[in-house]
Design a protein around this ligand. Structure first.
Ligand SMILES: Nc1ncnc2c1ncn2[C@@H]1O[C@H](COP(=O)(O)OP(=O)(O)OP(=O)(O)O)[C@@H](O)[C@H]1O
Length: 368
């Protein structure tokens, strides 16, 4: 489901702008500091109500403005048009509207506009904390399993209640029982959804990775957050004293992780930065394929910031060929128009946008 129209107001240095992107490959080029990443950031805000560069939205809102707005018009796979818009103010409140109706949850935004971001920080998916890999995994599960969100909310609630009782100290084991029952049942369900998703993801990931880079020894496995041989209830029982001392629950899906290893070692400690980026690209493109397979109303939109960074020409071309093969909408940035354009096949239809001091204009292809 591509973005047909995008209007942005008061995001970083961008002047109020409306663009009509192509449903396929959109190249965004311009000098350093011109506003390319800000355009991707605006699309990210539209899909997730937050930036990927800053945890707070205040720095994103243009100096001397109180709020920023991003509005998009989308074309669903069934031909129906839909609109979505978000306004975020410096006071931290936001207004979301989908098809003119006010919407309270950001999950609805994410559901309407599935996004995948590939940027120079992407290697953190391998190197960073398990939380990032859980978020990656749950993005996929959320988009294919309708029950995931409500089950995840049940899990969060029961976990919070159990942890707050643990922190109270001197509690009876029985006081935890109702919350533990809820915790165990939602945890088992989340584990089931995640395992089913990984089983589908793994072969697609391996196939995509093989097209990008030769890393035959790389393995992807899933750790569910507690001993795979034991029921969660038994694990909670056995760790009760320790949980009381620590004031939180040590075992459960909140500790799950994806493990990427090479010859038994953590891939992040073995691979070069460029190889890490390629592995992350393969993980994200694999999710794009899975979403497409589901035949949903929405395909994934790929935001690729600073394509040339860390990738040589051969790998850039391989990545672009895969993105093109996905047949999704892609927004991809770089400083040099020609370098960006040469990463694609000659016959690929490219739509180009030049960003200059926050102004964006569509331009002719720079290639003969
Ligand atoms: N809140 C803000 N208000 C106004 N301008 C801002 C704000 N935050 C950042 N800027 C400016 O916006 C500009 C655009 O930054 P952006 O990161 O989008 O550039 P870019 O084209 O991606 O650059 P690069 O090629 O260096 O990555 C920068 O000049 C930055 O100083």
């Amino acid at each position: 489901m591509p973005l047909k129209r995008l209007s942005v107001t008061a995001v970083r240095n961008l002047h109020p702008v409306t663009i009509y992107p192509s449903p396929h490959i959109n190249l965004i080029y311009g000098d350093n500091g011109s506003g390319k990443t800000s355009l991707l950031e605006a699309i990210h805000i539209l899909g997730l109500a937050r930036s990927f560069r800053s945890t707070r939205l205040q720095p994103v809102i243009q100096h001397e403005h109180d709020a920023c707005t991003v509005f998009g018009e989308l074309l669903l796979n069934n031909g129906v048009q839909t609109t979505m818009g978000i306004t975020r103010s410096k006071a931290a409140d936001y207004q979301i509207r989908i098809d003119g109706q006010t919407v309270r949850s950001t999950a609805q935004l994410a559901d309407t506009l599935p996004l995948q971001l590939i940027n120079p920080d992407s290697f953190r998916l391998l190197e960073g904390a398990p939380k990032q890999r859980r978020q990656y995994l749950d993005w996929g599960v959320f988009h294919v399993e309708h029950q995931f969100l409500s089950t995840w909310q049940r899990l969060q609630k029961s976990l919070k209640q159990r942890n707050s009782l643990l922190r109270r100290g001197r509690i009876e084991r029985s006081q935890l029982a109702p919350w533990e029952a809820e915790l165990v049942s939602s945890s088992e369900r989340i584990d089931l959804y995640r395992r089913a998703y990984i089983a589908k993801l793994k072969p697609v990931f391996e196939d995509v990775l093989a097209q990008l880079v030769s890393l035959e020894d790389l393995t992807l496995s899933y750790y569910r957050g507690w001993d795979k041989e034991r029921d969660l209830q038994l694990v909670l029982d056995s760790q009760f004293e320790r949980d009381c001392q620590l004031g939180h629950t040590q075992a459960g899906p909140q500790r799950a992780d994806l493990r990427l290893r090479i010859k038994g070692m953590n891939a992040a400690e073995v691979l070069s930065r460029g190889q890490q980026k390629l592995v992350v690209c393969a993980l994200k493109i694999a999710q794009g394929y899975l979403l497409k397979e589901r035949g949903r109303q929405q395909d994934c939109i790929f935001l690729v910031d600073d394509l040339p960074s860390e990738l040589d020409e051969h790998h850039r071309k391989a990545l672009c060929a895969l993105l093109e093969g996905l047949n999704c909408q892609v927004f991809i940035t770089g400083v040099e128009a020609e370098q960006l354009a040469r990463s694609w096949q000659k016959e690929t239809l490219l739509t180009m946008f030049h960003v200059e001091h926050g102004h964006i204009v569509q331009t002719e292809s720079c290639l003969e």
